[in-house]
Design a protein. Structure first.
Length: 498
């Protein structure tokens, strides 16, 4: 068998990722991975290496292109977010590269892994691609949120500011962020191809790693979504104004702000419909009688929206972090919904205010309320924005897979040829197969050692920053009992996912 080629001569590409479709909680990244593997199955053989779900899982699975388990591996301890190197993971990774003649590794997400893997692949002659689905390379808080729940995208380059945030929220020592970024700079600088879903994402990463992004080949490549039927008829907007909250209802998607908007727009000609998973503690919050007018439809399979979405005029996408793309925005456009988005990240880049949607300032509930009240009073503005929506705003799976296939092919030699000079051809390297054994000792093992999570530390996190203000607000509005139950639900939620 030729190096890097599976049976039939197709090159083998290994996805390294934190999760796959079907394992909750999953979202756009996992759907994207499935689209690519299905769309390019005739040209490449895909394998996926992922960690089995669980906060402290030490089990990893290798899956085939149909996401069926090929092999399972257990390491002696879990790989936590403070690690930069791990001998067992490095050994497992290199063994898989050789056993399955991997020609290319596409790093989709490094949660549960270590950045040293990218340097190992480069040393062994295996091509590498990294997609910045979020900002994990910039910070362990990969959504770029500060202790008060606000976006910190405005001061990313200052590690001193990061130190204050990380120390306040996680007890991470001052100076640790600089060490972490040094390691990720080495990783990004040794990647063959950097992919960014939007120019906004590229600009943010380049703010922290300007040299690495400029030196490494980087491409902005919009992300595809599954074919979605157009549901809205395009006629006059009905009253009351029906608004879809489309996608998972979670803190990072602006759930706190949305709860405030729901409360303040009661009886003002706006009707809200939730389509997607509602995370804790918001499932309990929305059960309160004040939100009896909010209709919950639950999640639905990707690409199979319920017909009732066709009755909606608007969709809300009020993320409080700089999204790198936002696939639900694409889905909303394809269905004929007019989006209202936060003016930050890819959302602010993709939407033109008043032309194909509407934009509101980050974290400004009042601006959202005013806009929705104005659109309810003058629905012709919605109809004009809907006229600006078309296929040019989204990326089809076929177009994306064609572009990605060309990028893959540029990095790989002839599919039937030998990959001369690959480190995988050298038994003296492969039999030891770790970062230390091949002489790369400059990367430290850790940038930080996490302390064990407790319910007490979770409670401190919950009551930090603006959460105290929220607790007081909910106490005044709904009573002490309800506010305490909401806070305790959040403690249980945070404790469970750590």
């Amino acid at each position: 068998m030729a190096d890097g080629a599976a049976a039939g001569g197709k090159p083998t590409i290994l996805f390294v990722t934190h999760n796959i479709v079907g394992r909750q909680p999953f979202g756009g990244v996992e759907v994207y991975q499935q689209i690519v593997q299905q769309g390019l199955a005739d040209r490449f053989t895909f394998l996926t290496l992922t960690r089995v779900p669980g906060g402290n899982s030490n089990t990893y699975e290798l899956l085939d292109g149909g996401l069926q388990v090929v092999d399972r591996f257990t390491v002696s301890g879990s790989v936590d977010e403070g690690m930069l190197r791990n001998v067992e993971i490095e050994t497992l990774f290199t063994m898989l590269l050789r056993r399955y003649d991997v020609a290319m590794v596409h790093f989709q997400h490094l949660l549960g892994f270590v950045p040293s893997l990218a340097l190992l692949a480069r040393t062994l002659g295996v091509r590498t691609v990294y997609t910045a689905h979020d900002y994990y390379a910039l910070c362990t808080h990969f959504n770029l949120m500060d202790p008060k729940g606000r976006s910190c995208a405005g001061h990313l380059a200052r590690t001193e500011q990061c130190d204050v945030c990380l120390n306040a929220t996680r007890g991470i020592p001052y100076g640790a962020q600089r060490l972490r970024r040094s390691a990720f700079a080495d990783m990004l600088g040794n990647i063959d191809l950097l992919l960014f879903p939007s120019q906004a994402a590229r600009d943010l990463v380049a703010e922290v790693y300007p040299y690495e992004v400029e030196r490494t080949r980087s491409v902005v490549l919009g992300q595809p979504i599954l074919p979605t039927p157009r549901l809205t008829a395009g006629g006059p907007v009905s009253k009351p104004l029906k608004v879809a909250v489309y996608g998972n209802f979670s803190f990072n998607k602006g759930a706190d702000l949305l709860v405030e908007v729901f409360h303040n727009l009661r009886g003002r000609g706006v009707e809200f419909h939730l389509f997607g998973r509602v995370d804790a503690p918001y499932d309990g919050v929305l059960s309160h009688e004040d939100f009896s007018g909010v209709v919950r439809h639950g999640p639905f399979p990707p690409g199979q929206p319920p017909a009732v979405l066709g009755e909606m005029a608007l969709s809300l996408h009020l993320s409080n972090w700089p999204e790198t793309y936002c696939m639900t925005l694409s889905e909303a456009w394809l269905m004929g919904l007019v989006p209202v988005v936060t003016d930050i990240g890819a959302l602010g880049e993709r939407v033109i205010d008043g032309v194909n949607g509407f934009k509101v300032p980050l974290g400004d509930a009042g601006a959202v309320e005013r806009l929705l009240a104005e659109l309810a009073a003058d629905p012709s503005r919605v109809e004009r924005a809907r006229a600006g929506i078309g296929p040019h705003l989204t990326v089809t799976p076929e177009a994306h897979c064609t572009a990605l296939s060309d990028l893959y092919a540029d990095l790989l030699p002839d599919h039937c040829g030998e990959l001369a000079g690959r480190g995988l051809d050298r038994p003296d390297i492969c039999k030891v197969a770790t970062f230390s054994h091949i002489g790369l000792e400059f990367l430290p093992d850790r940038w930080w050692t996490p302390a064990p999570a407790t319910q007490a530390t979770a409670l401190v996190e919950v009551l930090s920053g603006n959460r105290v203000r929220k607790f007081v607000q909910y106490t005044k509005r709904y009573g002490m009992g309800y506010a305490v139950n909401r806070a305790w639900a959040w403690v249980r939620y945070r404790f469970a996912v750590r």
